[in-house]
Design a protein around this ligand. Structure first.
Ligand code: PGA
Length: 250
């Protein structure tokens, strides 16, 4: 089956509102008519500004994280209700920076995944191994565990609103990219994990993005692979000049 390509920009902790607005305006113009699915995930403080600009365009509005509780005494957290209030349509969960710098574990991420889905959001669930885990031959195992635990309790119908993003931690922001062959092998393995959990149809349908130093120079080769259905782009998503060629590939 042919799956649609889904290309997302994770702006991380970059950009003030005026900088974010400038980038969003330029993307709306340049991605108009683009044939893939697009998303931008600005920082929380820029969501409202960017949301107003991408509204009615072919670019979805995403958040980079979300609290695991719906509301309450959680100083410094941002709730699913607040995100929805701003028009957010999707949320990136389990990003390696959340897992490793902020010590989020699979149980916490799973709670967030279920909460987001319960409130009608789409989810991009990130998985990926550390360099030490890859070198120890554990890449598949790590990705399997993160997938199984991250999706625990998610129904097959809710899975339709889940995208996976395979992001080997050693390739994020480092300029090192997995080879298209290595990345595709993990994507195929993870698709097999989804088949075991949800059946063949769901596995055929699920979109698995690749992330980790994706740029215009390597994007087309990565996405040409059978099991790579798009990209989650960090550094190269911060400028229209570097994101648009990735987004308009093919
Ligand atoms: P990068 O980030 O493209 O800068 O490597 C990817 C990500 O963290 O999603």
């Amino acid at each position: 089956m042919t799956r649609p390509y889904y290309i997302a920009g994770n702006w991380k902790m970059h950009k003030t509102r005026s900088e974010a607005a400038e980038l969003a305006k330029s993307l709306v113009v340049q991605l108009k008519g683009g044939k893939h699915t697009y998303l931008v995930a600005p920082g929380f403080t820029c969501l409202e500004t960017v949301g107003a600009i991408v509204k009615g365009s072919n670019i979805l509005l995403g958040a980079q994280n979300m609290a695991s509780e719906e509301q309450g005494a959680h100083t410094g957290e941002v709730s699913v209700l607040q995100l929805k209030d701003l028009g957010v349509q999707a949320v990136i969960l389990g990003h390696s920076e959340r897992r490793h710098t902020y010590k989020e574990d699979d149980e916490l991420i799973n709670k967030k995944v279920k909460l987001a889905l319960r409130h009608g959001l789409e989810v991009i669930l990130c998985i990926g191994e550390l360099l030490s885990e890859r070198e120890a031959g554990q890449a598949e195992n790590v990705c399997e565990t993160q997938t199984v635990k991250g999706l625990a309790g998610v129904s097959v119908s809710d899975l339709e609103r889940v995208t996976l993003a395979y992001e080997p931690v050693w390739a994020i922001g480092t300029g090192k990219t997995a080879t298209p062959e290595d990345a595709d092998a993990i994507h195929a393995y993870v698709r097999g994990v989804i088949a075991k959990l949800y059946g063949k149809d769901a596995a055929e349908k699920i979109i698995i993005q690749y992330g980790g130093s994706v740029k215009a120079e390597n994007a087309a080769q990565l996405m040409a692979k059978e099991n790579i259905d798009g990209a989650l782009v960090g550094g190269a998503s911060l400028k229209a000049d570097t994101f648009v060629p990735i987004a308009l590939f093919g």
